[in-house]
Design a binder for this molecule. Structure first.
Ligand code: GLN
Length: 329
């Protein structure tokens, strides 16, 4: 097995800044009028989101970014914390141990499924669904919950390149209503798949989901995964290049939960969605797209986010599976 990336890497570059900027504007104008989908209400504080909010940001590995609409409006990160927390835990304990402890296979089930734990004898799922993400959080290093929270807050902030803060209202709202996540934590514990006490794991997981980000923050966080683990603005090496590969592989497998296959078929890139309406799409070596639009489809994925990712993946030439016949053949 090769453990360091070879210099012969399968990446390219984005089109010129003018082209990217123009297409981001065009995508916003094109999809702002789409009215399908529903804002999530199971976390009461999220029900207040405006269905009209719509922001787009493309961040290039060069550090340039291209914005449209509500790209600077903060919202809670929710499940978009999952790939970054998995990355930080892989970096802390080693990607092989993380894989063995958490699993990396698709569940084919909704993001909040309790069955995800019962599905296999071992109780493994993957870090992109609630079960695996709660287990990931329980692996965060630290002597106590306060130290573990510092690890999470610092680590996610390093991906963003700025200090992230908590939305206390969203945190309290989810804390008061997250019975099924508590059930998942108890089941994980029963399967010996939780590495802290369930109440601590759930509290830290709920907090991490309540950190505030903008579409631009998310684009820069995702762009760090497209850039061998180096934050494009701060220049900080947040995680090793190898960990990026691992995280992107799990995003491909399960980033859009039970509709991850449909997503990959259409868009051909690693992606991740969150219940507050955020989405990220990563083009390795090139950059990343983040969108924010609260109305969701049945699986909990932003409707405008998916349309924008499809539009930009095609026009910016991002699909990982594209090729042209060689002129030599
Ligand atoms: N905090 C949310 C939950 O656990 C995150 C889910 C999501 O964004 N899909 O239900």
């Amino acid at each position: 097995m090769i453990s360091v990336p070879s210099p012969w890497i399968s990446t390219g570059h984005l089109p010129t800044p003018e082209v990217v900027g123009h297409l981001v504007e065009e995508a916003h104008a094109h999809f702002a009028s789409v009215e399908e989908g529903n804002v999530a209400t199971y976390i009461p504080a999220l029900a207040a989101a405006s269905p009209r909010s719509f922001g787009i940001c493309v961040a290039a590995t060069s550090g340039a970014s291209f914005n449209a609409g509500d790209w600077a409006v903060p919202f809670s990160i929710q499940s978009l914390s999952k790939p970054f927390l998995f990355a930080l835990v892989c970096e802390a304990i080693g990607e092989q141990l993380a894989r063995d402890a958490l699993g990396v296979n698709s569940t084919g089930l909704p993001f909040n499924s309790v069955l995800a734990v019962e599905r296999t004898v071992e109780g493994l799922s993957n870090p992109m669904v609630n079960a695996g993400a709660i287990a990931t959080t329980s692996l965060v290093p630290g002597d106590d919950a306060a130290a573990q929270w510092r690890f999470i807050e610092d680590g996610l902030s390093r991906f963003a390149g700025r200090r992230l803060t908590l939305d206390a209202e969203v945190y309290q709202s989810e804390r008061a209503t997250n019975c099924s996540n508590k059930g998942i934590a108890s089941l994980l514990s029963a399967h010996q798949q939780l590495w802290s006490d369930p109440a601590t794991a759930i509290d830290l997981y709920t907090r991490q989901c309540s950190l505030l980000v903008t579409a631009q923050d998310l684009a820069l966080m995702a762009c760090t995964l497209a850039n061998g683990g180096r934050q494009p603005l701060s220049g900080e090496q947040v995680i090793a290049p190898l960990i990026c590969r691992r995280v992107l592989a799990v995003m491909v497998t399960a980033g859009l939960y039970e509709t991850s296959g449909d997503w990959l078929y259409q868009i051909g890139l690693p992606g991740k969605s969150g219940v507050s309406g955020g989405m990220i799409t990563v083009a390795p070596g090139k950059g990343a797209l983040a969108t924010w639009s609260p109305p969701l489809d049945e699986a909990g994925n932003s409707v405008r986010g998916q349309l924008t990712a499809h539009f930009l993946s095609e026009r910016l030439g991002l699909n990982l599976f594209d090729s042209l016949p060689s002129s030599a053949s």
